[in-house]
Design a protein around this ligand. Structure first.
Ligand code: NAD
Ligand code: UD1
Length: 338
C-alpha cells in the first residue's frame, strides 16, 4: 500500500514508519515538527535502508494537503498528528480543539475529495475515562476527563457519524494503552520537550541524571502495592498493530474501535523495579501525593485485536525497560545529540 502517515516523525509515528517500510508499504510522512525532529527521519532511513518521502507541513494547511493528495495516490492514511499533553490541554483547551479537531476535518475532507476512504486513527485508552471495570473491553462506557481526552472522544464520534452516513469509509480506531520503550536499535525513541509528564520518560531521565528522582504519585490506591496499575505496551508492538490494521482495513465495515494493550497491568513500583533490573542499579524515587485525575487501575482486554487483526503484543516489561534505557543512554539529549 501507499500510505500517508500524519505525524510520522513523532514517537509512535516514527516506529510505525519503520514497521510499515519493513512490510513493504510505501510511506509518505506529513509532519510540521511541532513536537518532533527531522533527525527521526534520518534514523528511520538508517534502520530500514529506505528514506520515506517527507513533507514538512501543517495538517491545518488545506491547500498543501490537497496538493499532497494530487501528487500521490494513497491507499490509506494513518493519522497520528495532534497534540497530546493532558496538562497543557487543561490550561489551553482551544489549542487542542483547534489542532486536533480542525486538522482531522481537513484530512477527512481532502481524503473524501480524492476517494481515499481508509483511515487508521490514533485514539487512546483515555476515552474510557476512569474505568469501572478492568480489563477494559471496547464496549466499556466512554467519557473524557480533560480537553485532550475530549478531542479523542469527539474525533471518534465524528468518525462513527461519518461512517454511518457514508458506507465508503473504513475507519479503525486504535485505542492505545501506555506506549513505552523504543526501537531495539536505540536509534529512535521518545523525545519529550521539557520535563516529561509520563512515567517512562521521567524514569529514563532520572536514570541518565537529568532529573534528580522520581516521585511516585500515591501509594494508597487499592492495588497490590498501593501504586497505580497501567498496561505498558512496547512501542514496536504498537507500531506492528498499525500494520495489522492496514492489512484488514478494506474489509472493515464502518468504524471499529480496537484496544492495543498487552492485557497485563503493572504497578508503578513494579515498573520501577523492572527498570532497576535493566540498568543494574537502584533508581532514586520517593513516594509523593496522588496526581489528581489518576485512576487506580487501567489495563486492556486485547482479545478483539487478536480476533480482528491477528495481533497481540510480543514484548514484555523487561524488553520495554531495556529498550527505553538503550535509547536514552545512546541519546542522552534525545535527537539533539548522538
Ligand atoms: P508525538 O507528539 O510524538 O507525535 C505527534 C506528531 O504530530 C509530532 O511529530 C508532531 O510534530 C506532529 N503534529 C502535531 N500537530 C500537527 C499538525 N497540525 N500538522 C502536522 N503535524 C503535526 O506523539 P505520539 O506519542 O507519537 O502520539 C501520536 C498520536 O497517538 C497522537 O495523536 C496521540 O494523541 C496518540 N496517543 C499517544 C499516546 C502516548 O502515550 N504517546 C497514547 C495514546 C494516544
Ligand atoms: C497519561 C495521560 C492519558 C494518556 C496516557 C497514555 C494524564 C493525567 N493522563 O495517563 O491521558 O492517555 O498517559 O499516554 O496525564 N506516575 C508517577 N510519577 C510520575 C509520572 C507518572 O508516579 O512522575 C504514575 C502515574 O500516577 C500513573 C503511572 O505512573 O499511575 C503512569 O502515568 P503516565 O505515564 O502519565 O500515564 P497515565 O496516567 O496512564
Amino acid at each position: 500500500m501507499k500510505i500517508l502517515v500524519t505525524g510520522g516523525a513523532g514517537y509512535i509515528g516514527s516506529h510505525t514508519c519503520v514497521e510499515a517500510i519493513k512490510a513493504d508499504h510505501e510511506v509518505v510522512v506529513l509532519d510540521n515538527f511541532s513536537n518532533s525532529s527531522g533527525i527521526a527521519l534520518d534514523r528511520i532511513a538508517e534502520i530500514t535502508g529506505v528514506r520515506p518521502v517527507v513533507v514538512e507541513a501543517d495538517l491545518l494547511d488545506t491547500p498543501v494537503v490537497e496538493k499532497l493528495f494530487k501528487e500521490h495516490s494513497f491507499d490509506a492514511v494513518i493519522h497520528f498528528a495532534g497534540f497530546k499533553a493532558v496538562g497543557e490541554s487543561v490550561s489551553e483547551p482551544w489549542k487542542y480543539f483547534h489542532n486536533n479537531l480542525v486538522s482531522t476535518l481537513v484530512l477527512l475532507d481532502v481524503m473524501r475529495a480524492n476517494n481515499v476512504f481508509n483511515l487508521v486513527f490514533s485514539s487512546s485508552a483515555t476515552v474510557y475515562g476512569d474505568p469501572e471495570v478492568v480489563p477494559i473491553t471496547e464496549s466499556a462506557p466512554l467519557s473524557a476527563l480533560n480537553p485532550y481526552g475530549r478531542t479523542k472522544l469527539w474525533i471518534e464520534d465524528m468518525l462513527r457519524d461519518i461512517a454511518a452516513a457514508d458506507s465508503r469509509w473504513h475507519f479503525i480506531l486504535l485505542r492505545y494503552f501506555n506506549p513505552a520503550g523504543a526501537h531495539e536499535s536505540g536509534l529512535i525513541g521518545e523525545d519529550p520537550n521539557g520535563i516529561p509528564n509520563n512515567l517512562m520518560p521521567y524514569i529514563t531521565q532520572v536514570a541518565i541524571g537529568k532529573l534528580k528522582e522520581l516521585t511516585v504519585f500515591g501509594d494508597d490506591y487499592p492495588t497490590r502495592d498501593g501504586t497505580c496499575i497501567r498496561d505498558y505496551i512496547h512501542v514496536s508492538d504498537l507500531a506492528e498493530g498499525h500494520i495489522s490494521a492496514l492489512d484488514v482495513i478494506e474489509s472493515v465495515k464502518g468504524c471499529i474501535p480496537i484496544n492495543l494493550g498487552t492485557g497485563e497491568g503493572y504497578t508503578v513500583l513494579e515498573l520501577v523495579h523492572a527498570f532497576e533490573r535493566a540498568i543494574g542499579k537502584p533508581l532514586p524515587h520517593k513516594i509523593g501525593p496522588r496526581r489528581p485525575g489518576d485512576s487506580a487501575a487501567t489495563f486492556a482486554d486485547p482479545s478483539l485485536a487478536l480476533e480482528l487483526l491477528g495481533w497481540k503484543a510480543k514484548r514484555g516489561i523487561d524488553e520495554i525497560c531495556n529498550d527505553a534505557w538503550n535509547w536514552q543512554s545512546k541519546n542522552p539529549n534525545g535527537y539533539q545529540t548522538r
